[in-house]
Design a protein around this ligand. Structure first.
Ligand code: BGC
Length: 652
C-alpha cells in the first residue's frame, strides 16, 4: 500500500522542426516555442508550417476528427431529473470516490450510495494481480452499486497511463515523454484506443489519463508523464489521447472516460516549493498570462476533444492550492473554457487545501470540485460534507451542480441504460496483451527513439558482426525500461513478472545468424567485441520520489561505460530514462547515442532502430541540457547540448 504522507500518418517529419502551431479562439495568441530558434529549426520552419497546414486539413477529415466529441450536456435534462429524486445522502455518495483498498465493507457501496471506486497505485485486488482477479473485483463492486435504490453504476477509475499498466500481462507503452518524440498523433490515438480496450477488459470504465502537464524543469519526478515542454505539442497529443480513450459518443464498452490532469501548473513549480523542498506539489509562480500560455493551453484542446473529466492538481498557483481555487476551477475551467464534464480531485489533494479537513472540504467543493478522491476515510468525508451542507456553508445548488455533472457523464457513457450489465466484456480477454497490441507498442518504441549522435558509422549495427557485447544493468530489465506506474506505483527494477522483451533479448533476437551476443552488467568482457552497446539509465520512480537535484548518470553506469571504453571498440550508448540526463561528460567517449526514454515492455523497437530495420524519426520533445544549470526550460535555450526538435537519422 502506498503512502502519500506524504506506421501511422506522421504529423511532421522534418529534422529540427518545431511542433505544429495552432491558434485558439479564446486565448488568441499563436503559441510558439518560447526559446530562441536554432538555425536548422528556422530553415525547416517554413516547410514545417506548410506541412502542418496540409496535414491539419487532412486530419480534419480523418475519423479522429469526425467522431462526435463526447457531449455530456446532451444529457442535462435526464441528469437534472434524477438529481431531483435524490436524497442529500445519495448526492454526497455520488461525489465520493473511495480507493477499494480502504473499503471497510463492500456493503458500504450500497450503504453510502458511492459514486465511484478507484484502484490507486499499488491497490491491487485482494485475490492477486491477474486479469481475472481484477475483473472479478470490478464485477463484485459494480454488482453492488447497481443494487442501490436508484441503480446508479460506479464510474470506476484506474491509472491506465501507458497501457493498463497496473495489470500483469497488459501491454505497456512508452511513457508520454517518448510519445512526444514521435510527434505522431494518429499513433498516440491508437495507443489510447488499445489502452481503453485493455482497461475495459478488466471492467474499469475510466482512466486517469492523459497527463497533459507541460514540464518546465526536468528535475521534476513527473517529467516523463508529460509529452513535451512545449504546450502546443502537448495540446496536440493530449487531444489525440482523449479521442482514443473515449472513442465516439457515447463511450461504448471498449472505451473509457478520460481525465486530463493535473489542472493547472503542475509542471511549472519552483524548486524548493514542493515536497521535501523540491518540485512536486509545489508552487507555480507565474503570472496569469504565462499560466494560460504554457499550462492551461493543452486543456483547451482536451475540452474541444470532449474530455469527460479533469483532475485539479496538488500544486499551488502563486501560493493558493489549485484544488481550492474558485477562480481557476469555476471561473476559468467551467466558465470561460466551457468544460461540461466533472472535476475529480487528486488523491487526498483536498486535505492539503486547509489544515482543518472540514474547512478544506468546504473550500474545495465551493471552488468547484465535483468528486473527491477521498480515498481512505470516506465515512468522515461524507459526514463532514453533510454537516457543511446542513450548516449552509456549502450551498445545495453547488451540490446539485456537482451531481448533475457526474450524472451527465454517467448518462453519456451509457451507464444509465435500463438493464445495464455490470460485467466486463469477457471477449476482450482475447485481445488483452495480444501480439497485435504489442506490435503497436513496438512501433511506438521505434518512433520515439531519438538518435543524438552517430559517428564513424557506429549505427546501424552490422548483422555481419562477429560479436556484439551488451553492457549495463538497464539492458536486461523489463522493470527499468518500463519505469514508474508499471505494476507498482513506483515501478520496480527487475523481473516484474509481466511479459515483454528486454533490450538485450531484442538485440539477441535481431542480431545476424553468425553474430555472438554477449552481456555483462558491469562492462567487463568487452575486449575483442566488434561493438559495445552500453545501456545506461534511471531506475524506476514516480511523482515526488523522482524529484532530483542533479541528473548525473548512475555511478554503476559510469563505471560500466569506462570499462566498455577501455576495450577500444566503438561504443554505442542507449539511454533509458524519464528525462534528459547529464550525458555531456560521456558524450565524447561514445560513437553513437540513442535516447530510448522509458519504452515499456516492447524492447524490440529499440533493437529495430539499432539494427536499422527502422530509420530513426524521433525528435526531442524536450531540450537536452548541457549541464544541471540548464534544467529549467527558460535556461536550457541558451546553448543546450541538443536543442528541442533535434534528432538524427540514417542515410538511405
Ligand atoms: C496522482 C494522480 C493519480 C492519482 C490516483 C495521484 O497521486 O497524482 O496522477 O491519478 O494518484 O492514483
Amino acid at each position: 500500500m502506498r503512502s502519500l504522507e506524504k506506421p501511422a500518418a506522421r504529423t511532421y517529419d522534418c529534422s529540427h522542426a518545431a511542433p505544429p502551431l495552432t491558434t485558439h479562439v479564446k486565448f488568441g495568441a499563436l503559441v510558439t516555442p518560447l526559446l530562441p530558434a536554432p538555425l536548422p529549426w528556422v530553415r525547416c520552419r517554413a516547410i514545417a508550417l506548410a506541412l502542418v497546414a496540409l496535414i491539419a486539413a487532412a486530419c480534419s477529415t480523418s475519423s479522429a476528427q469526425r467522431a462526435t466529441p463526447f457531449a455530456p450536456l446532451a444529457f442535462d435534462t435526464k441528469a437534472r431529473a434524477l438529481v431531483g429524486r435524490m436524497t442529500l445522502a445519495e448526492k454526497i455518495g455520488q461525489m465520493t470516490q473511495v480507493d477499494q483498498l480502504f473499503l471497510k465493507d463492500t456493503a458500504d457501496i450500497e450503504r453510502y450510495a458511492l459514486g465511484s471506486i478507484l484502484n490507486g497505485g499499488d491497490s491491487d485486488p485482494v485475490a492477486g494481480n491477474s486479469l481475472q482477479a481484477w475483473r472479478a473485483m470490478y464485477e463484485m463492486y459494480q454488482g453492488r452499486a447497481i443494487r442501490t435504490r436508484l441503480h446508479i453504476p460506479l464510474i470506476y477509475g484506474v491509472d491506465a497511463v501507458h497501457g493498463n499498466n497496473n495489470v500483469i500481462g497488459a501491454v505497456v507503452f512508452p511513457h508520454n515523454i517518448g510519445l512526444g518524440a514521435t510527434r505522431d498523433s494518429a499513433l498516440v490515438r491508437r495507443i489510447a484506443e488499445i489502452t481503453a480496450e485493455e482497461t475495459r477488459a478488466v471492467g474499469a470504465n475510466w482512466a486517469f489519463a492523459p497527463c497533459i502537464c507541460v514540464p518546465q524543469d526536468i528535475r521534476w519526478g513527473r517529467s516523463y508523464e508529460g509529452f513535451s515542454e512545449d504546450p502546443a505539442l502537448v495540446a496536440m497529443l493530449g487531444a489525440a489521447a482523449v479521442r482514443g480513450l473515449q472513442g465516439a459518443n457515447p463511450i461504448d464498452r471498449t472505451h473509457v472516460a478520460a481525465t486530463a490532469k493535473h489542472f493547472a501548473g503542475d509542471g511549472g513549480t519552483s524548486l524548493g516549493s514542493g515536497i521535501d523542498k523540491r518540485l512536486d506539489q509545489g508552487d507555480t509562480r507565474v503570472d496569469s498570462a504565462t499560466l494560460r500560455r504554457i499550462h492551461i493551453r493543452p486543456y483547451i484542446d482536451a475540452i474541444a476533444a470532449g474530455v469527460a473529466t479533469i483532475m485539479p492538481s496538488y500544486n499551488s498557483w502563486n501560493g493558493v492550492k489549485v484544488s481550492g481555487d474558485r477562480h481557476l476551477l469555476t471561473d476559468v475551467l467551467k466558465g470561460e473554457l466551457n468544460f461540461n464534464g466533472f472535476l475529480i480531485s487528486d488523491y487526498k489533494a483536498v486535505n492539503q487545501v486547509h489544515s482543518d479537513y472540514k474547512t478544506a472540504i468546504g473550500i474545495s467543493i465551493n471552488a468547484g470540485m465535483d468528486m473527491v478522491m477521498v480515498p481512505e476515510h470516506y465515512q468522515e468525508f461524507i459526514a463532514l460534507l453533510t454537516e457543511l451542507v446542513q450548516e449552509g456553508r456549502v450551498p445545495m445548488s453547488r451540490i446539485d451542480d456537482a451531481v448533475t455533472r457526474i450524472l451527465r457523464v454517467k448518462f453519456a457513457m451509457g451507464l444509465m441504460e435500463p438493464g445495464y450489465d455490470p460485467h466486463a466484456d469477457h471477449a476482450l480477454e482475447q485481445r488483452f496483451g495480444s501480439a497485435e497490441h504489442r506490435a503497436v507498442a513496438r512501433q511506438a518504441v521505434r518512433e520515439s527513439a531519438v538518435l543524438l549522435k552517430n559517428e564513424r558509422g557506429a549505427l546501424p549495427l552490422s548483422r555481419s558482426a562477429r560479436r556484439i557485447h551488451v553492457v549495463g544493468r538497464s539492458a536486461d530489465d523489463i522493470g527499468i525500461q518500463s519505469g514508474g506506474w508499471t505494476i507498482f506505483w513506483q515501478g520496480k527494477a527487475g523481473n516484474i513478472t509481466t511479459g515483454g522483451t528486454t533490450v538485450l533479448s531484442a538485440i539477441r533476437a535481431g542480431a545476424g545468424r553468425g553474430t555472438q551476443v554477449t552481456y555483462s552488467a558491469d562492462g567487463s568482457g568487452a575486449a575483442g567485441a566488434d561493438v559495445v552497446v552500453v545501456v545506461v539509465g534511471e531506475g524506476p520512480y514516480a511523482e515526488m520520489k523522482g524529484d532530483r537535484l542533479e541528473l548525473a548518470l548512475d555511478a554503476s553506469d559510469r563505471q560500466a561505460l569506462a570499462n566498455a571504453r577501455a576495450a577500444n571498440s566503438p561504443v554505442v550508448v542507449v539511454v533509458i530514462s524519464g528525462r534528459p540526463l547529464d550525458i555531456a561528460p560521456v558524450l565524447a567517449d561514445a560513437s553513437a547515442v540513442l535516447a530510448a526514454w522509458l519504452p515499456g515492455t516492447e524492447g524490440g523497437g529499440v533493437a529495430d532502430v539499432l539494427f536499422g530495420d527502422y530509420r530513426p524519426t524521433g525528435k526531442l520533445s524536450f531540450t537536452w541540457p548541457r549541464s544541471v544549470d540548464q534544467t529549467v526550460r527558460s535556461a536550457a535555450g541558451r546553448d543546450p547540448l541538443f536543442p528541442f526538435g533535434f534528432g538524427l537519422t540514417y542515410q538511405e
